[in-house]
Design a binder for this molecule. Sequence first.
Ligand code: UTP
Length: 408
Amino acid sequence: MGYQEAYDKLEKYGQLHVLKYYEELNEQEREKLLAQIEQTDFEVLSLCGKREELNPRGKIAPIKVMQLAEIEEKKEAFTACGLEAIRAGKVGAVLLAGGMGTRLGSDAPKGVYNIGLTKEVFIFQRLVENLLEVVRQAQTWIPLCVMTSDKNHDMTVAFFEEKDYFGYKPEYVTFFMQDMAPASDYQGRVYLEAKDKISTSPNGNGGWFLSMMKSGVADRMKEAGVEWLNVFAVDNVLQRIADPCFVGATISTGSAVGAKVVKKNAPDEKVGAMCLEDGRPSIVEYYEMTQELMDAKDEQGEPAYNFGVILNYLFRVRDLEEIVARRLPLHIVEKKIPYLNEQGELVKPEEPNGYKFEQLVLDMIHELDSCLPYEVVRNYEFAPIKNKTGIDSVESARALCLENHIEL
Ligand code: UTP
């Protein structure tokens, strides 16, 4: 894109300040900035003023969850069905590791965080070790795709290489980068993070399949015969990945997606709860839980919205291809965004100073016709690391690992 085109695009969106330092830049820096202007979707910024009206909710109702007792009863058949699919090469795993992990307070990718006490135990290592258990059980390798972002890609790849992929077979590991979105102040003016660079942040975990398609990785998986993708978050160090019983339950119930859920430990726990929305599977976020929803009971007299998602989903690939064509809802999230001040100096704010724009994987569930919410034992499969201390922290995850006899 040439200067004039870039100028016209910025003018259209009220972002001409992006060119403030253009005269000072050398040829290479100018090209870089013009290319970024060309790639950036400034349309999203117009949503800033409409934050409240963005994603109106439909009618929320309870959804049927497959609970532990039923799973136990059908465990053998589900596991056999899951193992058959895994052995036939129909199941792949996708690790969502493009997030910034700002709450953990480290600039490095979250997966390189060492949670060990007497030895090194990295978050990535824990996840790979969990997947390796299934590899051993099924006696076959499972393709593992790792989504990174512009901000952490090189470090992530280098870390896997340095640690010999934690025992995984490198041919079965593929990295791909997610897309970025501009970050702006509260009025929707993008920040600059350098004189030749607009501030950007990863565009949320909902863009994973589109990014996988753009990078060619989705096609490679399809050619290899993968029909199901188990998407999971980087921060839950206990979760089972490509868990044969879960895979079998999702396939044999004819569901388009399976969602692992845990029983909530309080009605207001900060996890999204599975529900139906206008008759379709959906997730109601913890901040959307009204008192009425928290008090609601099902036919057995149990809390009606008692199961929270843990960001471990098994998607049927052919349905994903259909839903990516539709645009997922956009979420505007307040964040701390590093920016250049009036003097052109980089500032790293202590408090949130603007918005980033994200799509969320949980919104994909609502696009699908059927979902199997599948209960897992909380203390055995849910140890998220979001913070350094307190709830969902390195400390709480360590305690849960020890409870499960994992050496740290
Ligand atoms: P979180 O919602 O915890 O976000 O991500 P985060 O960016 O990692 O952490 P904070 O909020 O800044 O502390 C849940 C999962 O989604 C991935 C994360 O890596 C994590 O596995 N994620 C999130 C992405 O892959 N890309 C994103 O843009 C955002």
